[in-house]
Write a new protein. Structure first.
Length: 95
């Protein structure tokens, strides 16, 4: 009976450890849902409000994003070049 209890404990421990490792791998993945800003890198957007003092916001999909970059007038095109936390980094697109 002791061998069975030891075996069962080992199997359950291994199973829950494996679930923990898989969850951590998913959270650290660049494609994880909380890192969705990375999927917008390279996308060209038209700024409805423009950027004043290097910051502004834009709606991409169903989410409002804060953006940071050079001062740009409303209607200007910008390319998403990176992500800093929850802020998208943009740069002007040559006309």
């Amino acid at each position: 009976m002791i061998w069975f209890a030891l075996f069962a404990t080992t199997v359950f421990g291994w199973y829950f450890w494996r679930q923990h490792v898989l969850k951590q791998r998913e959270l650290n993945s660049p494609l994880a849902s909380h890192r969705s800003g990375h999927s917008h890198i390279g996308q060209v957007v038209v700024l409805e409000q423009g950027l004043q003092n290097g910051s502004g916001s834009i709606r991409l999909g169903n989410r409002e994003w804060s953006i940071r970059g050079p001062n740009l007038p409303p209607g200007a095109k910008a390319r998403v070049t990176g992500v800093d936390g929850t802020v998208l980094l943009v740069d002007r697109v040559a006309a």
